[in-house]
Design a protein around this ligand. Structure first.
Ligand code: GDP
Length: 435
């Protein structure tokens, strides 16, 4: 399994948890308005829901049945955080369903404080760009916020089916306008109405869209790279490996010696480079046409960090001194309230990210702002189409808390004897108006 230096320092009790923390990705989807954030999120939920129901596929529960549930998904899509599961078609976690928590990041840059809070609870993000419009002004603002909060990113160049779609120009714009060290992880086969597949440069294989496996979100069939694309694929693969050498000495040595480099080694290097924040892998796709979204999910699992891969969260004690909290299931509880939301079925929900310790249903949590403790009556995991009641939220989890009343976004909820406030410090930054 891929483990980073950091993940070894964290104390996660695998015996107590339903599954290891390294199987979790807390991600946001950020985009310029109209780039396709909603559509991409919907497709992600659709495919991860499809996988959820894999057993029923053969019993006639087909795509159209899930489409009928689109309406309820439409409600949950606006929720603050939705959990889904994805079994990547390749990589170290293939064969194991990973939990992906999708956290809503406000699209309007004028709510700077809210953007800050949601940035803070993310471990990674997918930045969606339009393949025709490229990097738009609002994307630049969100990109800078993500830099500020140290959120590792993947880029999804969406709308590859549209007239004027140009993947490589969009990648070049990411470099010029965002200063991103952007490199394709996949390149498109065709564009506009002929956008018909992807070449995965890491695995050195092609995925062709439109197969039944693809439509149902099942394990796709990979094929050889089409002859017309072999030279281009080899060129971009070489560029990718060269770029990754800056982040991985072992890879650099092998590359210089001309030794064979395995797919696993490249994958590991992409992950390491992405987590370093100095590298952004780019994927082409068309969310609307259901093309490339499953491969994006594979990339989320394989390249974005889990909560144990990241530095400890920083907060302040009552004297204003900096305190840090490492992930530790057995440690004191500390977490951040990042959104309040009313669910039509459950009622008032307090969306909460546990950083360290455990939050148990029925126990009291302390709010340093109000200096009061309140009882957690229920804990809920929001899914695309239903809601799971849970008894415990562990370090790194995102959950919805029911029962806590005197609360605002940005509050810390912790153990009464843990002197920590996680509210991000406000910073003077001019608010850039939306174009
Ligand atoms: P958001 O504002 O970023 O959430 O964007 P939406 O997901 O609402 O998409 C904006 C518009 O672009 C909608 O009309 C979508 O149907 C359309 N759209 C989204 N993705 C694609 C795509 O891949 N191809 C095409 N042709 N249209 C898309």
């Amino acid at each position: 399994k891929v483990v980073t230096e950091r993940s070894k320092a964290n104390k996660v009790n695998a015996k107590e948890r339903p599954f290891p923390l390294e199987w979790t990705r807390n991600i946001g989807i950020a985009a310029h308005i109209d780039a396709g954030k909603t559509t991409t999120t919907e497709r992600i939920l659709f495919y991860s829901g499809a996988v959820h129901k894999i057993g029923e596929v053969h019993e006639g529960d087909t795509v159209t049945d899930w489409m009928a549930q689109e309406k309820e998904r439409g409600i949950t899509i606006t929720a603050a955080a939705i959990s889904c599961a994805w079994d990547a078609s390749c990589g170290p976690w293939s064969g194991i369903k990973q939990r992906i928590n999708i956290i809503d990041t406000p699209g309007h840059v004028d709510f700077t404080a809210e953007v800050e809070r949601s940035m803070r609870v993310l471990d990674g993000a997918v930045a969606v760009f339009c393949a025709v419009a490229g990097v738009q002004p609002q994307s630049e603002t969100v990109w800078r916020q993500a830099n500020k909060y140290g959120v590792p990113r993947l880029a999804f160049i969406n709308k590859m089916d549209r007239v004027g779609a140009d993947f490589f120009t969009a990648v070049a714009e990411m470099r010029e306008k965002l200063g991103a060290n952007a490199h394709p992880l996949c390149i498109p086969i065709g564009a506009e109405e002929n956008f018909s597949g992807l070449i995965d440069l890491v695995q050195n294989v092609a995925y062709i869209f439109g197969t039944e496996e693809d439509a149902l979100g099942l394990k796709p069939i990979t094929t050889e790279i089409p002859e017309d694309y072999q030279a281009q694929a080899a060129e971009y693969r070489e560029k990718l490996i060269e770029a990754l050498c800056d982040f991985d000495d072992t890879l650099a040595e092998k590359y210089l010696e001309g030794e064979e480099i395995s797919v696993e080694e490249i994958m590991f290097a992409v992950r390491k480079a992405t987590i370093s924040l100095e590298f952004t892998g780019v994927m082409p796709g068309s969310a609307f046409k259901n093309k490339g979204v499953q491969r994006l999910l594979d990339a989320v699992v394989n390249y974005l960090p889990s909560p144990i891969d990241l530095p400890p969260i920083k907060g302040q004690d009552s004297d204003g001194e900096t305190v840090t909290a490492e992930v530790d299931d057995a440690g004191k509880l500390a977490g951040l309230v990042f959104k309040l939301w009313t669910d039509p079925f459950v009622g008032k929900l307090v969306f909460y990210r546990v950083y360290t310790g455990q939050l148990k249903k029925g126990t009291a949590v302390y709010n340093p702002r109000t200096r009061r403790s309140e009882r957690v009556s229920r804990l809920v995991l929001m899914r695309a189409m239903d809601r799971d009641e849970i008894d415990v939220a562990y370090s790194g989890d995102i959950c919805a808390v029911v029962g806590v009343k005197d609360i605002i976004t940005g509050d810390t909820l912790c153990d009464a004897d843990f002197d920590i406030r996680l509210e991000p410090p406000s910073f003077p930054e001019p608010v850039i108006a939306m174009s």
